[in-house]
Design a protein around this ligand. Sequence first.
Ligand SMILES: O=C(O)C(=O)C[C@]1(C(=O)O)C=C[C@@H](O)C=C1
Length: 311
Amino acid sequence: MSEQQAPRRIGYLGPAGTFTQQALRRLYPDAEETWAAPGVEAALDGLRSGEVDRAVVPFENSIEGGVSSTLDQLIHGLPLVITRETHIAVEFALVVREGTTREDIRRVSTHPVAMAQTREWVARNLPGVELIPESSTARAAALVGAEVYDAAISAALAAEVHGLVVLEDGIADHRGAVTRFVELARGDVPPPPPTGADTTTMVAFIRDNRPGALLELLEQFAVRDIDLFRLESRPTGQGIGKYCFTIEAVGHIAEPRLAEALVGLKRTCAQVRFLGSYPRADGVVQPVADEAGPTAYREAQDWVTRLQGRA
Ligand SMILES: O=C(O)C(=O)C[C@]1(C(=O)O)C=C[C@@H](O)C=C1
């Protein structure tokens, strides 16, 4: 079996009981060797150093948008690529030590993305409590067990894992929130074959900030009939106003239109980082106009080749 089919060891954002662990179980129902990393950065460091062969981390939340801690780790450092994704419905519970009542709660902890999704509920139901961010919802739960906090906002599963009880269930501000998780591999792993329902993720650093620079970048996709479904700017860390763009497009690098768009980006941007082509979790196939399909590209390329007198 190739390395791509059978990764040996898989890292994930731990400890046990995170939503990320649920994503890992969905992606690897029979995983034998897993490693609960203490944070996204540690999980990706472990992947880069070869300690694990794949890492599963949160990437985007339907309420909060891109998970900055993950995006920022992918922008710099040894290249990593996304090879798969999955969506998990996030349902939060307020978990406490046995015997704790609402009146006892002073300090509540959770992951910042979970905090953003439950802030209104907390303000309404636990006015005046102190909210403290932790590296994951399950770590917050573990620290409730260790009596560092009075309550955590986590998956109900985390209560079970860390010897706590659920005081309130279904506490989200917005029903139906979903988090998208990705499986990452080291940058030399080739993309999985195209399925017809694929996503390509990349990061572009524009050369200099001038009028029309972003439009020029977007043109690479527009003229090739490529649908973009997420465009997010992140600071490069190189000074105020220095940003790069995370771009997510419908299609696979094996398709000529996507490959050409990447050629265009590479020519016109200061730097481009390819973050993978992989199957969409929802399997939705978006139709491609005839003139942007592989046959049109092949015919046009053959025509140019003939004109060049090379065929
Ligand atoms: O802390 C966890 O349990 C995670 O898996 C992380 C994470 C995230 O980063 O978005 C996952 C889902 C929820 O939206 C909140 C937190």
